[in-house]
Ligand binder design. Structure first.
Ligand code: PMP
Length: 442
């Protein structure tokens, strides 16, 4: 492989979710990857404790996926899926449907998690309209929820910095459940915290306030990832399901992070034994090889919408040029085959106890005030430095990177979600590095 010239002008790329001026003064650039490792442009190996951005669940640059994409691009680079199709789109949908919970077997393809969220919200509105309940338009999200960056996603999302600049233009008719994070009761919980199921009862309060007949859907991440790995209390998701069912409200699980083995099962829905009406996904659906997302809809939801229009009329005025892009679907098929062939979800399940033990070994390390985990995802919350929230976790992130481990930070929380091919020795190295680094963090 010929190497590219060194980039010395970083000004043109306006980087997403980045402190551009700070980053460009001291950039971190990755140039290749294989398996569990990135290689940086300064020639260092970086152990990937985040699966990129919660997405490369099968490990980097897997031969089977690379070959499938290469071959697909040389065979059929693009085909529309509006009033047309190509076989891989249907095959990929069948493969995704196979591992979804019973009934959620109608798959709408998108190109990202944000698009999946907006698609699911629109499907919920279309469903109620098709049933003659067009007045059901209210959407319920949750504080500290992250649902991407579309206007729908930031409206139901509960992260103030993501909303503030756009606050005058958010969707109306949105309410939020309280988040479930409570260190007073649940610090250092292993797996699901025992305290907090009653927080789901807030949904009853919201329903009473607005009347069920106005509410279309509730959307939550089963495990909130981006705001610092918030694990649902025992019984909480079951309660949300019961309340939604009682009032005819659709329940949407945003599984953009939890889908495809993160908790040791194909979905968090399967892990928790709670079946929503719609599941949003992206990221690990095709190991992040090509941008792709999807919504799995219960067939009742699908059939209600699809059977509602006149024969020959388009039923849902929604879709993307790249819905089911051939290369993305080829990558998805190869990825799902790899997950099965290598039993990677089961592997994640088997590694979870060692991962939990290694994460909780940081209890008592400098600045640590909570450790939480489930499956192969963990969060370590640090005490904020006086007057500079987030600065301590940022410093830890930079120092870990310099020490050869990629972790993620959000606020003052370090997040861990390694590829499912990680081994115990690498798990030890990840948390051992963090421990060493925290000793030197101010
Ligand atoms: N939903 C959740 C739960 C996510 O974690 C993310 C991304 N981290 C998104 C939606 C948005 O996905 P994307 O960045 O692909 O738009």
């Amino acid at each position: 492989m010929t190497s590219r010239p060194v980039i010395d002008d970083l000004s043109n790329f306006w980087m997403p979710f980045t402190a551009n001026r700070q980053f460009k003064a001291a950039p971190r650039l990755l140039e290749s990857a294989k398996g569990m490792y990135y290689r940086s442009t300064d020639g260092r190996e970086i152990l990937d404790a985040c699966a990129g951005l919660w997405c490369v669940n099968a490990g980097h640059c897997r031969d089977e996926i690379v070959a499938a994409v290469q071959q697909q691009l040389a065979t059929l680079d693009f085909a529309p899926t509006f009033q047309m199709g190509h076989p891989l789109a249907f095959e990929a949908a069948s493969k995704v449907a196979e591992i979804m919970p019973e009934g959620l077997d109608r798959i709408f393809f998108t190109n990202s998690g944000s698009e999946s969220v907006d698609t699911a919200l629109k499907i919920a509105l279309a469903y109620h309209r098709a049933r003659g309940e067009a007045q059901r338009t209210r959407l319920i999200g949750r504080e500290r929820g992250y649902h991407g960056v579309g206007f729908g996603g930031i409206s139901v999302g509960g992260i103030s910095p993501n909303r503030k600049t756009f606050s005058g233009s958010l969707l109306g008719n949105v309410d939020h459940l309280p988040h479930t994070h409570d260190l007073e009761h649940n610090a250092y919980s292993k797996g699901q915290p025992a305290w907090g199921a009653h927080l789901a009862d807030e949904l009853e309060r919201i329903v009473t306030l607005h009347d069920a007949s106005t509410i279309a859907a509730v959307i939550v991440e089963p495990v909130a990832g981006s705001t610092g790995v918030l694990i649902p209390p025992q019984g909480y998701l079951q309660k949300l399901r019961e309340i939604c069912t009682k009032h005819g409200i659709l329940l949407i699980f945003d599984e953009v992070i939890t889908g495809f083995g993160r908790l040791g099962k194909a979905t968090a829905s399967e892990y928790f034994g709670v079946t929503p009406d719609l599941i949003t996904m992206a990221k690990a659906i095709n190991n992040a090889a090509i941008p792709m997302g999807a919504v799995a809809a219960h067939r009742n939801v699908h059939d209600t919408v699809v059977n509602s229009g006149a024969p020959g009329a388009i039923e849902l005025f929604h879709g993307y040029t790249y819905s089911a892009h051939p290369a993305a679907t080829a990558a998805a098929i190869a990825t799902l085959d790899l997950y099965r062939k290598e039993a990677l979800f089961e592997r994640a399940h088997g590694l979870a106890p060692a991962f939990e033990a290694a994460a909780h070994a940081l209890r008592g390390a400098p600045h640590v005030k909570d450790v939480r985990n489930l499956g192969l995802v963990a969060g370590i919350e640090l005490e904020s430095r006086d007057g500079a929230p987030g600065a301590r976790a940022y410093e830890a992130f930079v120092k870990c990177f310099e020490a050869g481990v990629l972790v993620r930070y959000t606020g003052d929380i370090l997040a861990f979600s390694p590829p499912l091919i990680v081994d115990e020795e690498q798990i030890g190295r990840i948390f051992g590095t963090v421990k060493d680094v925290l000793a030197s963090v101010k």
